[in-house]
Design a protein around this ligand. Structure first.
Ligand code: GAP
Length: 466
């Protein structure tokens, strides 16, 4: 089968109504994307699956929905104001702008593909001076003009700045949050008090984050506005390693359970040099996207860094006293953090299939996990004369499922349309329906058909959509 390219995927998503280029009628806004009618359903289903797994079915975990614009003091405490930046270099020859770490990473990948293995630490573990030296020593060329004539590295803060209120000065400067976790830490005591939670427990949040990325790209993989699903799991310092291993495993299982291709998933543990100074361990779950292996989900043991910082900057006591032992300590935090958009990309890449059929025919079928399918069931009347009863069935099914009604074109074409968007079941109303009070249900993956009584259809679907 032909390998799926990013171009194929972008065009498929636009044609089908999953994802459209942002601000398109005004010529577009670089790397912004709008989720269309099917995209929003798929995205909501992914968020629901995550919420069900990490909040609903975890007795110790709770949810939160905090403000996007928060006190700038939070970003002082977290270190984002001082150091949430990318190492930026300008090409003196063509004036294009690049991330030094990405120049090195991409060049190393190219060398690897040519069979030249270069022994070096990863660019994330290099200091700015080391990156500059490496680029010079290997004469890494500008991807735009091919020359190697870069300015020294400048730090570029990734937070989006705006003003709160009517004046536009330093005092009214605020930032759009670059990650959702910060306000989980600042609400630690509120959650503890209001829920009477006892360690260990997790606070989970889904929401938008904003980063003024220098090199966004690869469709929805890296954008400036994206959604994150983050959990901060608070535990005793002695238990952090155990919980880190637990969630490292659970996040991988979750990916597989929602239909991400297991052959395209792997763990990548950060080595000591790459670890952020406060992290004891970090693992990325990587996915093999059409452009290669890259991060999907990060799981980190963040120690007690965040609570300690917020305690220091706010003056609030963010320690925990164990009700059984009376031990007072600042909890450690294990954080699994994943981008909704990135997970959606991995899901789409895993599900998109071109299948050969007999007689030199083929079909595109989106083999989504049924729980993620944007449309669960399509109602198709075989003839215009059957529209009244089909419409009634559609209205009934819509009470319980995201359904679609399609009366146009041959039945074969209608099946293909539903296959292409991943609808697990098509229900055909035909001329026998009135006499036997039954419909034909067709399965997306096997294409097999089954006769089901209308009175039993709801239960049948509920059982088969599990
Ligand atoms: N609180 C930790 C944190 O935010 P991160 O590795 O910067 O860690 C976590 O981000 C996850 O968020 C990533 O694994 C990725 O799935 C997603 N993510 C980060 N930046 C993104 C971007 N610019 N566009 C889309 N998703 C992004």
């Amino acid at each position: 089968m032909k390998e799926l390219t990013m171009q194929d995927l972008v065009s498929y998503c636009k044609t089908m109504g999953f994802i459209f280029p942002g601000s398109e009628i005004y010529g577009g806004l670089a790397n912004s994307w709008d989720y269309g009618p099917l995209g929003v359903e798929l995205k909501n289903n992914i968020k629901s699956a995550w919420w069900k797994r990490f909040v609903q079915t975890e007795p110790n975990n709770v949810g939160l929905d905090s403000a996007i614009i928060a006190s700038p003091r939070i970003w002082e405490a977290s270190g984002h104001l001082a150091s949430f930046s990318d190492p930026l270099m300008d090409c003196r020859a063509c004036k294009s702008r690049h991330r030094a770490d990405k120049l090195i990473e991409n060049w190393l990948t190219e060398q690897e593909q040519k069979g030249n293995h270069i022994e070096t630490k990863s660019s994330e573990a290099m200091s700015d001076a080391e990156m500059e030296e490496f680029i010079q020593a290997h004469k890494i060329p500008c991807p735009d003009c091919g020359k190697c004539d870069f300015t020294p590295i400048r730090k570029f803060n990734l937070m989006f700045k705006t003003f709160m209120g009517v004046t536009e000065d330093a005092k009214s400067t605020v930032y759009l949050r670059p990650e959702t976790c910060a306000c989980i830490f600042t609400n630690f005591k509120n959650v503890l008090r209001s829920t009477r939670a006892k360690l260990p427990f997790g606070i989970c949040q889904i929401g938008k984050s904003f980063r003024n990325e220098i090199t966004p790209g690869n469709f929805i993989f890296r954008t400036r506005e994206f959604e994150q699903m983050e959990m901060e799991f608070f535990c005793h310092p002695n238990d952090a390693e155990k919980w880190f291993e637990h969630y490292r495993h659970e996040c991988m299982e979750f990916c597989k359970n929602i239909g991400v291709n297991p052959e395209k998933l792997r763990f990548r543990d950060h080595d000591k040099e790459e670890l952020v100074f406060y992290s004891k361990a970090t693992t990325d779950i990587e996915f093999n996207y059409p452009f290669g292996w890259s991060e999907l989900w990060g799981i980190a043991n963040r120690t007690n860094y965040d609570l300690t910082q917020h305690q220091k900057f706010s003056g609030e006591d963010l320690t925990y006293t164990d009700p059984f032992t009376n031990e007072k300590f600042t909890p450690f935090v294990v954080e699994p953090s994943v981008g909704v958009d990135r997970l959606l990309l991995a899901v789409l890449c895993s599900a998109y299939t071109v299948e050969d059929l007999p007689d030199n025919d083929s079909r595109i079928v989106l083999k989504l996990h049924k729980s993620l399918a944007p449309i669960k069931v399509a109602v198709l009347p075989l003839s215009k004369k059957l529209e009244d009863s089909a419409q009634k069935l559609y209205a009934d099914l819509s009470q319980d499922y995201r359904a679609q009604y399609d009366a146009s074109g041959s039945i074969g074409k209608r099946y293909r349309r539903q296959d292409e968007i991943g609808t697990p079941y098509c229900v055909t109303v035909d001329f026998e329906t009135e006499t036997d009070q039954s419909v034909t249900v067709r399965d997306r993956d096997t294409m097999l058909q089954e006769r089901v009584k209308i009175t039993e259809l709801n239960d049948w679907l509920r059982n088969h959509l599990k």
